[in-house]
Design a protein around this ligand. Structure first.
Ligand code: PAF
Length: 282
Protein backbone atom coordinates (compact mmCIF):
# COMPACT_ATOMS: atom_id res chain seq x y z
CA UNK A 1 0.00 0.00 0.00
CA UNK A 2 1.31 3.42 -0.96
CA UNK A 3 0.70 6.66 0.94
CA UNK A 4 0.38 9.64 -1.37
CA UNK A 5 0.36 13.23 -0.15
CA UNK A 6 0.53 15.28 -3.32
CA UNK A 7 -2.35 15.90 -5.72
CA UNK A 8 0.01 15.78 -8.70
CA UNK A 9 1.46 12.40 -7.71
CA UNK A 10 -1.99 10.94 -6.94
CA UNK A 11 -3.26 11.96 -10.38
CA UNK A 12 -0.18 10.50 -12.10
CA UNK A 13 -0.55 7.18 -10.26
CA UNK A 14 -4.23 6.99 -11.17
CA UNK A 15 -3.57 7.77 -14.83
CA UNK A 16 -0.94 5.00 -14.89
CA UNK A 17 -3.49 2.53 -13.51
CA UNK A 18 -6.14 3.68 -15.96
CA UNK A 19 -3.70 3.27 -18.84
CA UNK A 20 -3.34 -0.36 -17.73
CA UNK A 21 -7.11 -0.69 -17.98
CA UNK A 22 -7.66 -0.93 -14.22
CA UNK A 23 -10.93 0.13 -12.60
CA UNK A 24 -10.69 2.47 -9.61
CA UNK A 25 -12.84 2.18 -6.48
CA UNK A 26 -12.71 5.13 -4.09
CA UNK A 27 -13.54 5.39 -0.38
CA UNK A 28 -13.41 9.00 0.85
CA UNK A 29 -13.00 9.28 4.63
CA UNK A 30 -11.94 11.65 7.37
CA UNK A 31 -10.00 8.82 9.02
CA UNK A 32 -10.35 7.31 12.50
CA UNK A 33 -11.66 4.24 10.72
CA UNK A 34 -14.34 1.97 12.16
CA UNK A 35 -16.25 -1.01 10.83
CA UNK A 36 -18.54 1.25 8.83
CA UNK A 37 -15.57 2.48 6.77
CA UNK A 38 -14.22 -1.06 6.53
CA UNK A 39 -17.52 -2.27 5.03
CA UNK A 40 -17.09 0.37 2.29
CA UNK A 41 -13.51 -0.79 1.66
CA UNK A 42 -14.57 -4.43 1.46
CA UNK A 43 -17.20 -3.53 -1.14
CA UNK A 44 -14.64 -1.47 -3.10
CA UNK A 45 -12.02 -4.24 -3.01
CA UNK A 46 -14.57 -6.80 -4.17
CA UNK A 47 -15.68 -4.79 -7.21
CA UNK A 48 -12.60 -2.89 -8.44
CA UNK A 49 -9.02 -3.58 -9.55
CA UNK A 50 -7.54 -0.73 -7.54
CA UNK A 51 -8.84 0.85 -4.31
CA UNK A 52 -7.99 4.36 -3.18
CA UNK A 53 -8.93 5.65 0.25
CA UNK A 54 -8.62 9.32 1.11
CA UNK A 55 -7.97 10.32 4.70
CA UNK A 56 -8.58 14.04 5.01
CA UNK A 57 -10.31 15.99 7.77
CA UNK A 58 -11.78 18.64 5.51
CA UNK A 59 -11.84 22.02 7.28
CA UNK A 60 -14.40 23.62 4.95
CA UNK A 61 -17.21 21.32 6.10
CA UNK A 62 -16.85 22.28 9.78
CA UNK A 63 -18.61 25.34 11.22
CA UNK A 64 -16.74 27.86 13.37
CA UNK A 65 -18.00 26.33 16.64
CA UNK A 66 -17.69 22.69 15.58
CA UNK A 67 -15.19 19.96 16.38
CA UNK A 68 -12.53 20.41 13.65
CA UNK A 69 -9.66 20.74 16.13
CA UNK A 70 -10.66 17.82 18.30
CA UNK A 71 -11.89 15.52 15.50
CA UNK A 72 -10.30 12.13 16.34
CA UNK A 73 -7.24 11.15 14.32
CA UNK A 74 -5.14 7.98 14.16
CA UNK A 75 -3.29 7.96 10.86
CA UNK A 76 -1.00 5.03 11.70
CA UNK A 77 -3.85 2.85 12.96
CA UNK A 78 -5.93 3.77 9.89
CA UNK A 79 -3.10 2.79 7.53
CA UNK A 80 -2.70 -0.60 9.22
CA UNK A 81 -6.41 -1.30 8.82
CA UNK A 82 -6.51 -0.01 5.25
CA UNK A 83 -3.53 -2.15 4.23
CA UNK A 84 -5.00 -5.24 5.88
CA UNK A 85 -8.25 -4.75 3.94
CA UNK A 86 -6.48 -4.43 0.59
CA UNK A 87 -6.42 -0.67 -0.05
CA UNK A 88 -3.80 0.12 -2.73
CA UNK A 89 -3.35 3.86 -2.21
CA UNK A 90 -4.07 6.11 0.75
CA UNK A 91 -4.41 9.73 -0.33
CA UNK A 92 -3.44 11.87 2.66
CA UNK A 93 -3.13 15.50 1.59
CA UNK A 94 -2.30 18.48 3.80
CA UNK A 95 -4.64 21.48 3.88
CA UNK A 96 -2.22 23.52 1.72
CA UNK A 97 -2.41 20.82 -0.92
CA UNK A 98 -6.23 20.86 -1.06
CA UNK A 99 -6.78 24.57 -0.45
CA UNK A 100 -3.61 26.40 -1.55
CA UNK A 101 -3.24 30.16 -1.18
CA UNK A 102 -5.78 31.96 -3.34
CA UNK A 103 -8.23 29.04 -3.33
CA UNK A 104 -11.64 30.51 -4.15
CA UNK A 105 -14.02 27.94 -5.64
CA UNK A 106 -16.90 26.24 -3.82
CA UNK A 107 -19.80 24.06 -4.88
CA UNK A 108 -23.24 24.87 -3.61
CA UNK A 109 -26.03 22.36 -4.18
CA UNK A 110 -29.23 24.30 -3.51
CA UNK A 111 -32.48 23.36 -1.76
CA UNK A 112 -31.75 19.87 -0.44
CA UNK A 113 -28.81 21.27 1.55
CA UNK A 114 -31.02 23.74 3.41
CA UNK A 115 -32.97 21.16 5.46
CA UNK A 116 -32.05 18.57 8.13
CA UNK A 117 -28.28 18.79 8.88
CA UNK A 118 -27.91 21.65 6.40
CA UNK A 119 -30.34 23.80 8.40
CA UNK A 120 -28.36 23.40 11.63
CA UNK A 121 -24.89 23.28 10.04
CA UNK A 122 -24.89 26.14 7.50
CA UNK A 123 -22.07 25.76 4.98
CA UNK A 124 -21.50 22.10 5.86
CA UNK A 125 -22.63 20.65 2.53
CA UNK A 126 -20.85 23.42 0.59
CA UNK A 127 -17.65 22.11 2.19
CA UNK A 128 -18.56 18.46 1.62
CA UNK A 129 -19.46 18.98 -2.05
CA UNK A 130 -16.37 21.05 -2.70
CA UNK A 131 -13.97 18.50 -1.24
CA UNK A 132 -15.75 15.50 -2.74
CA UNK A 133 -15.74 17.11 -6.21
CA UNK A 134 -12.02 17.87 -5.82
CA UNK A 135 -11.34 14.30 -4.67
CA UNK A 136 -13.31 12.93 -7.62
CA UNK A 137 -11.18 15.06 -9.98
CA UNK A 138 -7.97 13.85 -8.35
CA UNK A 139 -8.80 10.14 -7.93
CA UNK A 140 -11.00 9.83 -11.06
CA UNK A 141 -12.82 6.81 -9.63
CA UNK A 142 -15.19 4.56 -11.54
CA UNK A 143 -17.14 3.93 -8.33
CA UNK A 144 -17.17 5.88 -5.04
CA UNK A 145 -18.49 4.36 -1.83
CA UNK A 146 -20.46 6.24 0.86
CA UNK A 147 -22.28 5.11 3.99
CA UNK A 148 -26.06 5.37 4.37
CA UNK A 149 -25.59 6.78 7.88
CA UNK A 150 -24.97 10.17 6.27
CA UNK A 151 -28.26 9.91 4.40
CA UNK A 152 -28.46 13.56 3.40
CA UNK A 153 -24.80 13.62 2.31
CA UNK A 154 -25.50 10.73 -0.05
CA UNK A 155 -28.53 12.45 -1.59
CA UNK A 156 -26.61 15.73 -1.99
CA UNK A 157 -23.58 14.03 -3.57
CA UNK A 158 -25.76 12.08 -5.99
CA UNK A 159 -27.45 15.37 -6.97
CA UNK A 160 -24.07 17.05 -7.50
CA UNK A 161 -22.76 14.13 -9.57
CA UNK A 162 -25.85 14.22 -11.75
CA UNK A 163 -26.04 18.03 -12.06
CA UNK A 164 -22.34 18.44 -12.90
CA UNK A 165 -22.21 15.32 -15.14
CA UNK A 166 -19.38 13.85 -13.09
CA UNK A 167 -18.29 10.47 -14.40
CA UNK A 168 -18.59 8.37 -11.26
CA UNK A 169 -21.04 5.81 -9.92
CA UNK A 170 -22.06 6.53 -6.33
CA UNK A 171 -22.54 3.32 -4.35
CA UNK A 172 -24.32 3.53 -1.00
CA UNK A 173 -23.56 0.89 1.66
CA UNK A 174 -25.80 0.03 4.64
CA UNK A 175 -25.31 1.46 8.13
CA UNK A 176 -23.07 -0.70 10.31
CA UNK A 177 -24.21 -0.86 13.93
CA UNK A 178 -22.69 -1.86 17.26
CA UNK A 179 -24.26 -4.95 18.91
CA UNK A 180 -26.74 -2.73 20.80
CA UNK A 181 -27.80 -0.82 17.68
CA UNK A 182 -25.68 2.35 17.93
CA UNK A 183 -24.64 3.38 14.42
CA UNK A 184 -20.85 3.32 14.00
CA UNK A 185 -19.32 6.78 13.87
CA UNK A 186 -15.88 8.25 14.55
CA UNK A 187 -17.64 10.71 16.88
CA UNK A 188 -18.81 7.85 19.14
CA UNK A 189 -15.29 8.08 20.62
CA UNK A 190 -16.34 11.37 22.30
CA UNK A 191 -18.98 9.58 24.42
CA UNK A 192 -18.33 9.07 28.14
CA UNK A 193 -19.56 5.70 29.51
CA UNK A 194 -22.97 7.02 30.68
CA UNK A 195 -23.38 8.87 27.36
CA UNK A 196 -22.47 5.72 25.43
CA UNK A 197 -25.35 3.90 27.18
CA UNK A 198 -27.70 6.83 26.51
CA UNK A 199 -26.72 6.97 22.83
CA UNK A 200 -28.72 3.86 21.93
CA UNK A 201 -31.84 6.03 22.31
CA UNK A 202 -31.47 6.99 18.62
CA UNK A 203 -31.75 3.37 17.51
CA UNK A 204 -34.49 2.74 20.07
CA UNK A 205 -36.52 5.63 18.63
CA UNK A 206 -36.00 4.48 15.04
CA UNK A 207 -36.92 0.88 15.90
CA UNK A 208 -39.96 2.12 17.84
CA UNK A 209 -41.23 4.19 14.95
CA UNK A 210 -40.63 1.32 12.52
CA UNK A 211 -42.76 -0.95 14.72
CA UNK A 212 -45.51 1.68 14.83
CA UNK A 213 -45.49 1.91 11.02
CA UNK A 214 -45.75 -1.89 10.85
CA UNK A 215 -48.93 -1.71 12.96
CA UNK A 216 -50.44 0.59 10.32
CA UNK A 217 -49.66 4.14 11.52
CA UNK A 218 -48.76 6.33 8.54
CA UNK A 219 -49.27 9.89 9.76
CA UNK A 220 -45.87 11.64 9.82
CA UNK A 221 -46.93 14.01 12.63
CA UNK A 222 -47.95 11.17 14.95
CA UNK A 223 -44.83 9.19 14.08
CA UNK A 224 -42.60 12.15 14.87
CA UNK A 225 -44.41 12.62 18.17
CA UNK A 226 -43.63 8.97 18.99
CA UNK A 227 -39.93 9.60 18.30
CA UNK A 228 -39.93 12.69 20.53
CA UNK A 229 -41.64 10.73 23.35
CA UNK A 230 -38.94 8.04 23.27
CA UNK A 231 -36.02 10.46 23.10
CA UNK A 232 -37.39 12.81 25.78
CA UNK A 233 -37.24 9.88 28.25
CA UNK A 234 -33.43 9.87 27.98
CA UNK A 235 -32.17 12.72 30.13
CA UNK A 236 -28.74 13.01 28.47
CA UNK A 237 -30.36 13.41 25.06
CA UNK A 238 -31.60 16.58 23.37
CA UNK A 239 -33.21 16.45 19.94
CA UNK A 240 -31.87 18.66 17.17
CA UNK A 241 -34.30 17.28 14.62
CA UNK A 242 -36.48 14.26 13.95
CA UNK A 243 -37.81 14.37 10.42
CA UNK A 244 -39.71 12.25 7.97
CA UNK A 245 -38.98 13.05 4.34
CA UNK A 246 -39.03 11.64 0.85
CA UNK A 247 -35.90 9.47 0.60
CA UNK A 248 -35.07 10.55 -2.96
CA UNK A 249 -35.36 14.34 -2.85
CA UNK A 250 -35.85 15.13 0.88
CA UNK A 251 -39.18 16.85 0.19
CA UNK A 252 -41.54 17.05 3.16
CA UNK A 253 -44.12 14.30 3.46
CA UNK A 254 -47.21 14.03 5.64
CA UNK A 255 -47.61 10.32 5.00
CA UNK A 256 -45.49 7.22 4.95
CA UNK A 257 -45.84 6.42 1.27
CA UNK A 258 -43.15 5.17 -1.12
CA UNK A 259 -39.52 5.48 -0.07
CA UNK A 260 -39.39 7.49 3.13
CA UNK A 261 -36.36 8.61 5.14
CA UNK A 262 -36.73 8.90 8.91
CA UNK A 263 -33.74 10.91 10.09
CA UNK A 264 -32.57 11.99 13.53
CA UNK A 265 -29.93 14.33 14.89
CA UNK A 266 -29.62 14.13 18.66
CA UNK A 267 -27.10 15.57 21.08
CA UNK A 268 -25.94 13.19 23.77
CA UNK A 269 -24.25 15.52 26.21
CA UNK A 270 -22.13 17.64 23.86
CA UNK A 271 -21.80 14.99 21.16
CA UNK A 272 -23.99 15.33 18.10
CA UNK A 273 -25.08 11.99 16.62
CA UNK A 274 -27.13 11.24 13.52
CA UNK A 275 -28.96 8.10 12.46
CA UNK A 276 -31.73 7.11 10.07
CA UNK A 277 -33.81 4.38 8.55
CA UNK A 278 -35.49 4.11 5.18
CA UNK A 279 -39.00 2.70 5.06
CA UNK A 280 -40.37 1.37 1.83
CA UNK A 281 -44.15 1.54 2.09
CA UNK A 282 -46.00 0.79 -1.12
O1 PAF B 1 -18.46 11.37 5.26
C1 PAF B 1 -17.32 11.84 5.44
O2 PAF B 1 -16.48 11.26 6.12
C2 PAF B 1 -16.96 13.18 4.81
O3 PAF B 1 -18.04 14.04 4.77
C3 PAF B 1 -16.34 13.04 3.42
C4 PAF B 1 -17.30 12.43 2.41
C5 PAF B 1 -15.08 12.18 3.48
C6 PAF B 1 -15.94 14.42 2.87
O4 PAF B 1 -15.01 15.05 3.70
Amino acid sequence: MEIVKSVKEMKELILEQKALGKTIGFVPTMGYLHEGHISLVKQAVMSNDIVVMSIYVNPTQFGANEDLDKYPRDFEGDCKLAEKEGVDFVFFPANEEMYPNGYNTYINVEGITEVLCGAVRPGHFRGVCTVVAKLFNIVMPDVAYFGQKDAQQVIVIKRMVSDLNINVKVEVCPIVREADGLAMSSRNSYLKPDERSAAIVLYRALSGVKRLIETGESDAGRLKEHIYEIIRKEKLASIEYAEIRNAEDLSDTQNIKGNVLIALAVKIGKTRLIDNIIINNI
